[in-house]
Write a protein that binds this ligand. Structure first.
Ligand code: AMP
Length: 214
């Protein structure tokens, strides 16, 4: 069983790595960003609230985010392990998550920090395209679909996320530095933090994880 948190700046490759790990380990991939985008698409009351923060590159408030994760962890499938992508993003979220899993007798096996230079991130994010239907992620230069602009898996037209523009990316990176980077020390102190070089290809990241036992 593996219970993994992927930690890293926006555009460090958490989503892509999570997809590959999900296939390899056959455990659920839980992305709070995907859950919020789903809620925005469905025009739910929570989606309406979340979208006002997301479009400016700010974090959705902790109480809403923790509530979403708490509810997701009532499902049975997390008992066989999980890959958390984009959560926690603040110290209060990390503390709340500790209580959520403790109550269920679960624990975190590893927090994997995806280490990457910020200049590379801006290029990566602004070239990113994703499938609104199945969630697959591509890049206009490095991870091209077989047919330009079309998802390999489900043939849906690819889109650019509204928050993947250069202006919003800069804001998201600042938010990461201020609110999320402190989690590096938080999990280092618990001795469960592993660091990988995320400036290379997704396959290379998977190889590094294999060496680490995943
Ligand atoms: P992501 O796809 O993980 O980059 O998330 C997209 C956006 O959703 C973020 O920029 C935030 O506005 C919001 N979001 C996702 N996860 C969280 C979280 N753990 N805490 C607060 N906001 C989040």
């Amino acid at each position: 069983m593996s219970s993994i948190i992927l930690l890293g700046a926006p555009g460090s490759g958490k989503g892509t790595l999570a997809q590959q790990l999900k296939t390899k380990l056959n455990i659920p991939h839980i992305s709070t960003g995907d859950m919020f985008r789903e809620a925005v698409k469905g025009n739910t009351p929570m989606g309406l609230k979340a979208s006002s923060y997301m479009k400016d590159g700010h974090l959705v408030p902790d109480d809403i985010t923790i509530g979403v994760v708490d509810e997701r962890f009532t499902k049975e499938d997390v008992k066989k392990g999980f890959i958390l992508d984009g959560f926690p993003r603040t110290i209060p979220q990390a503390e709340a998550f500790d209580s959520i899993i403790k109550n269920k007798g679960l624990k975190i096996d590893a927090v994997i920090l995806l280490d990457v230079d910020q200049g590379l991130i801006v290029r990566r994010i602004t070239g990113r395209r994703s499938c609104p239907s199945c969630g697959n992620v591509y890049h206009i230069e490095t991870v091209k679909p077989k047919v330009e602009g079309i998802c390999d898996s489900c043939s849906t037209k690819l889109i650019q996320r509204k928050d993947d523009t250069e202006e919003v990316v800069k804001e998201r990176l600042e938010t990461y530095e201020k609110q999320t980077a402190p989690l590096i020390d938080f999990y280092s102190a618990k001795k469960i933090l592993l660091k990988i070089d995320a400036s290379r290809s997704p396959n290379y990241m998977m190889q590094q994880l294999e060496v680490l036992g995943f």
